[in-house]
Design a protein around this ligand. Structure first.
Ligand code: F6P
Length: 537
């Protein structure tokens, strides 16, 4: 029987031998051990708990983990059949069981010789699609494809939401030094219309290319914004211009027909690419248009480097696996409910938001793949902010608050295209914070409010520079981390049924909200709010 459909009832993680051993290890030993003493006991600790993969170095020595913890966590991964699950993903098994789909974002960045699920429908089309994207990107950049009035495109607007927005937006910001000198990237995602209204103040319709990005091409936010953009183009340049100013990335060809996307301006992908895993597909088109295809391919290659590491490294030297295990250790044994992501490079300022969807939409689940309820907590709340801004905002709580919040510090060593002196200052802040959080501060007679108890755990991910390759590795690292967590919990990390109900209710509320009356919902509160909207309008 294949991995996805194997009987799971025996595999509640809480029933595994390793889980029980970890529980005992926690209460007998690690619960009360402080981080400083772990370092005092082992002079080699910093080395022993540091790992490299591609350009990334992960120092996880400032975590409540010793050699026994690591051994037991790795045993947990083995007992939960993580190696079989990894192979199941790369060979195209339908591990997204509730949607009966393979999960093959890794195929989007693989070389054919990697043999990632070549027998799955669509996989052999990946390289041709990439060539089509490349051809389009190059023709736009070379001014061979122009706007309706003959002007070159200088502004690319990504219209999408969720995975069809966060990936391109995060990566476009991260790769700012790689932008074509004559091109700018913009995005519109929220439905309320303000983003688009503000954007039109700085755009000229003649030189703007809209990329409508939607796997389903039915998402209300995206279609509302796409329709607004279409009306704006028609208003400024006439209806005939629409076909010249819109391209799309989607799996829904019928809907693209209806919208009026020209066949040669469509870029497809496949149902085995999940929305939050889709940056590597045609969803990356707006990014590729601005940074160019060489840079986009370098990003893909970075993802591939992490895929090879993930697929081929032993569990105890496998970066995504270890990060997942450490997260589970805090989540399920220490009871930590959230994790902070703190990048020390402003170009990564949307990375925490990107990871929120990746991790919380993937692992915010309460039933297992066999339909039974989980017996332990699953996905943690993920939050964060660019490091220095965060220091002057919520670090107080990290240093002296009451909650255990494991942290991932993320920092490039060299500045990409800005002042190295300033990046060194950022790095010094980053390292100082992780040290202060761990070491704390106390001395005889110090008033209580000045005491830093310390013992706060963190991991630090360093890399030479925020290149497209490093970014690709970083994204794929977290993708695989999320997958491993899901395998251990026995949940489907690739569906998102929890977002459907809200969407349905919103449809029912559209008319009553417009009228400010007439909502007969299940509760008096919503009806009263609708009436209040009517009065306030
Ligand atoms: O509502 C959640 C979601 O389905 C995400 O999973 C997805 O990334 C987003 O909406 C956008 O979906 P689409 O690309 O189909 O417009």
């Amino acid at each position: 029987m294949d991995f996805a459909h194997r009987k799971l009832s025996a595999r509640y993680p809480t029933d595994l031998v390793a889980w029980r051993a970890l529980k005992k290890h926690y209460s007998d030993s690690m619960r009360t051990k402080d981080l400083v003493s772990l370092f005092a006991r082992d002079k080699e600790r910093a080395d022993r708990f540091t790992l490299t993969a591609g350009d990334l170095t992960l120092d996880y020595s400032k975590n409540h983990v010793n050699a026994t913890t690591r051994k037991l966590l790795v045993r947990l991964a083995k007992e939960a059949q993580v190696p079989a699950a990894i192979e199941a993903m790369f060979t195209g098994e339908k591990i997204n069981v509730t949607e009966d789909r393979s999960v093959l974002h890794a195929a989007l960045r693989a070389k054919m010789s990697d043999k990632v699920a070549l027998d799955v429908d669509g996989v052999l089309e990946v390289w041709e699609t990439l060539n089509n994207i490349e051809d389009f990107v190059e023709r736009v950049q070379a001014k061979k494809i122009r706007g309706h009035t003959g002007k070159r495109f200088t502004d690319v607007v990504n219209i999408g939401i969720g995975g069809s927005d966060l990936g391109p937006v995060m990566a476009a910001r991260a790769l700012r030094p790689y932008w074509h000198e004559k091109m700018r990237f913009h995005s519109v995602s929220n439905i309320d219309g303000t983003q688009f209204a503000d954007l039109t103040q700085e755009l000229s319709a003649e030189s703007t290319l809209f990329v409508v990005c939607s796997k389903t091409f039915t998402t209300i936010e995206t279609m509302t914004n796409a329709n607004a953009a279409r009306a704006w183009v028609a208003d400024h340049l006439g209806h005939a211009a629409v076909g010249d100013h819109f391209v799309a990335a989607s799996t829904n060809h019928e809907a693209m027909d209806e919208f009026g996307i020209r066949p040669e301006f469509r870029f497809g992908f496949w149902d085995w690419v999940g929305g939050r895993y889709s940056l590597w597909s045609a969803v990356g088109l707006s990014l590729a248009l601005v940074v160019g295809m060489d840079t986009f391919r370098r990003l893909l290659n970075g993802g591939r480097v992490m895929d090879l590491h993930f697929r081929n490294s032993p569990l105890d030297e496998n970066m995504p696996v270890l990060m997942a295990l450490i997260a589970i250790w805090y989540n399920n044994f220490f009871g930590a409910g959230s994790q902070a992501i703190l990048p020390y490079d402003n170009r990564l300022d949307r990375f925490p938001a990107y990871l929120q969807q990746l991790q919380m939409e993937s692992n915010g689940k309460r039933v297992r793949t066999d339909g039974k309820p989980v017996k332990c907590d699953t996905g943690m709340v993920i939050w964060g902010e660019a490091g220095n801004n965060a220091q002057h905002s919520f670090y107080q709580l990290l240093h002296q608050g009451t909650r255990l919040i494991p942290i991932d510090f993320i920092a490039p060593v060299r500045s990409s295209g800005a002042s190295q002196e300033q990046q060194d200052l950022a790095l010094a802040q980053c390292l100082a914070q992780s040290e202060a959080l761990m070491d704390g501060f106390d001395e005889e007679g110090l008033e209580p409010h000045r005491v830093h108890e310390g013992n706060n755990p963190s991991s630090t991910i360093l890399f030479p520079e925020l290149t497209p390759e490093a970014l690709g590795q970083l994204i794929a690292l977290y993708e695989h981390k999320v997958f491993v967590e899901g395998v251990i919990w026995g949940i489907d990390s690739f569906d998102q049924w929890g977002v459907e109900l809200g969407k349905k209710l919103a449809t029912r509320l559209v008319e009553p909200v417009a009228k400010g009356a007439g909502y007969k919902g299940k509760n008096a509160s919503t009806a009263a709010l609708v009436a209040k909207v009517g009065k306030l309008r």
